[in-house]
Design a protein around this ligand. Structure first.
Ligand SMILES: [Zn+2]
Length: 385
């Protein structure tokens, strides 16, 4: 009996370790991607980024930390695009406003029911601008009945509450948020606001890298629908940690000016999603090849002993996908550099000479707050994006 309890205790602590905090691409991967993106930049903006390379590296994981501190952060890191459509996603509007209106619905609550309020096209622009726009990244948008009553007929007085069920947010908004955030970076360049340029650059590097991970584009994000729980961290954290330093090439060429950023973003999502079948199938294959006791081992990571996929097992999975993990990391690096550079071009190529010697220091108080929330361990949204 005692023996049994010990086993139980051990398995509980193993589960606890397996579920501890790990960002997409791991700390290692996100930092590496932001860092290497600096070296893709042309001379025109290189000095500012190079001076702040430590800042950009360190803050590459802030968005994942914010998932513990901010309620609506989670949805920015992924899109479960297969909830809405299959490749090439012709039924998914590329414009956020259109997506919200297509997938969301206006709800009226009565004493014993919640009904959908018909919402014809002629009112959509007005309702969107006046009542939804400000809260468009929230999953539920409360609607003031008087305000909407001024815009359209909702059968006045019969509801105790009216709200907009913004369903798109529940399945992730990665490509839409990237476009919005790109706009913020352009704006920061226009203002030559060095704080904002670097903060948004560090953050956007994270979101771009997440979009490059095939498992960030599916409902089956952690293999939970196909009996492959744990594949999320396996692919995006464990594999790069084991192989990136020793065998990946991180000099990836020059950042490019992207004229049509919306199409570029959606191409990233489509490419990631197209790789998904292979990501899943190859792991299933390896699972069948390796006896169960050769799949998981204790291993040292950052001075801690963790229960994780064995090196040999990891190598088999890694090699079975060819250079997929490496090339998605490389593509992330190039895309991050191209976002930064394109934002500067779109801003009218402002002369950065006056700000290029600024070295941004980490706001210590903000950092401590974020770290405390992260260590607290209560995450909003789901554990693996
Ligand atoms: Zn993330």
């Amino acid at each position: 009996m005692v023996f049994r309890n010990v086993i139980l205790l051990i398995s509980i602590s193993i589960v606890a370790v397996a579920h501890s905090y790990a960002p997409a691409w791991g700390f290692y991967g996100h930092r590496k991607i932001n860092r290497m993106a600096v070296f893709t930049l042309p001379e025109t903006i290189l000095p500012l980024y190079k001076k702040n390379i430590e800042y950009l590296t360190e803050h590459a994981v802030d968005p994942d930390k914010r998932r513990y501190a901010t309620k609506n952060e989670f949805a920015r890191h992924y899109i479960d695009i297969d909830h809405w459509d299959t490749l090439p996603f012709n039924n998914v509007p590329r414009l956020y406003k259109d997506a919200i209106l297509k997938f969301g619905s206006l709800k009226g609550v009565t004493d014993n029911d919640t009904t959908t309020i018909e919402f014809s096209e002629e009112y959509q622009d007005n309702v969107y601008q006046n009542l939804l726009y400000e809260y468009r990244f929230d999953p539920v948008i409360p609607i003031d009945q008087k305000s909407i009553g001024n815009l359209m007929d909702i059968g006045g007085g019969s509801y105790s509450e009216v709200y907009f069920d913004n369903d798109i947010v529940n399945y992730g908004i990665s490509p839409y948020f990237l476009e919005y955030f790109y706009g913020r970076l352009i704006y920061a360049f226009k203002k030559k606001d060095v704080d904002q340029i670097l903060k948004v650059s560090a953050d956007i590097g994270h979101y771009i890298s997440d979009a490059h991970v095939p498992l960030h584009t599916t409902l089956n994000y952690n293999g939970q629908l196909t009996g492959q729980i744990g594949i999320h961290a396996f692919w995006e954290s464990r594999l790069p940690e084991l192989y990136a330093d020793e065998s990946y090439e991180f000099i990836v060429g020059r950042a490019e000016y992207i004229e049509d950023m919306r199409t570029y973003i959606w191409d990233i999502i489509a490419t990631s999603h197209a790789l998904l079948p292979e990501v899943l199938a190859k792991e299933l294959l390896i699972k069948q090849e390796f006896p169960e006791d050769k799949q998981f081992c204790f291993d040292d990571r950052l001075g801690k002993t963790i229960w994780t996929q064995c090196p040999e097992y990891s190598k088999a999975y890694h090699d079975s996908m060819g250079d997929m993990v490496e090339s998605r990391m490389q593509a992330s690096i190039l895309a991050v550099g191209s976002f930064w550079y394109s934002a500067w071009v779109e801003a009218g190529q402002p002369d950065l000479e006056v700000i290029e010697n600024v070295v941004l220091e980490t706001d210590q108080e903000a950092k401590e707050k974020l770290d405390a929330a992260t260590n607290d361990g209560k995450i909003y949204g789901r554990e693996h994006e």
